[in-house]
Design a protein around this ligand. Structure first.
Ligand code: MLT
Length: 195
């Protein structure tokens, strides 16, 4: 099983927390507190190391993904969610992914590969995980927060991702900050109200 932390909540919703490069399973706990403090929390640590920094999949260079590895790791994460649901007795159909940067990219990849991996997804500063991919038809709700001046995840990436998901049938909300790559309190608050 992937390294993780689980905290039981008071509702049947589970927040799946996916950190950015160099993070861990605890990084996004403060976000979960803001977004839905009553939900179960499943924080996961990516099991790929880049110079000692955990990630969810390998990359060949900044912004250039190892697509083969991405596909394998996406399947691994999908299987992990099912296993964790059995272990901790939560409803695998009521999972909301919250990802930042590399974590948002693997969450987007889940949406690109599985019709019902998550009920909804909050993607902070994502990129298009794979180009030229037929995205399975789905009605998943997706919130994308992006920075107009983000050099790591440029605006076009968020726009392309939004339109690819929309074309597949997802219900997408795109939220802009004027900032760069950093995660802001206001975008997390916006995600909370959206959810
Ligand atoms: C990625 O590799 O997923 C993106 O470049 C963002 C990041 O550095 O985490």
């Amino acid at each position: 099983m992937l390294k993780h932390t689980f905290k039981k909540g008071h509702t049947d919703r589970t927040l799946l927390l996916l950190h950015g490069t160099g993070g861990n399973e605890f990084d996004l706990l403060p976000l979960a507190e803001i977004v839905d403090k009553d939900a179960n929390i499943l924080g996961v640590r990516g099991n790929v190391l880049e110079n000692g920094m955990p990630r969810f999949f390998r990359r060949l260079a900044e912004g250039v993904f190892d697509e083969k590895d991405l596909i394998v790791r996406t399947k691994e994460l999908y299987t992990f969610i099912q296993e964790a649901a059995e272990l901790y007795h939560f409803d695998a159909k009521k999972v909301v992914a919250i990802g930042y940067s590399n974590g948002a990219n693997i969450a987007a990849s889940l949406l690109f590969h599985y019709d019902q991996a998550v009920e909804a997804a909050i993607l902070h500063h994502p990129m298009v995980p794979l180009r030229n991919k037929v995205v399975p038809i789905q009605h998943t709700r997706v919130f994308i927060a992006a920075g107009k001046n983000d050099p790591m995840c440029p605006p076009k990436e968020a726009e392309d991702l939004a339109s690819m998901l929309e074309q597949a049938g997802a219900d997408v909300t795109l939220y802009w900050e004027q900032n760069g790559h950093q995660l802001t309190r206001t975008e997390v608050e916006a995600a909370k109200y959206w959810l």
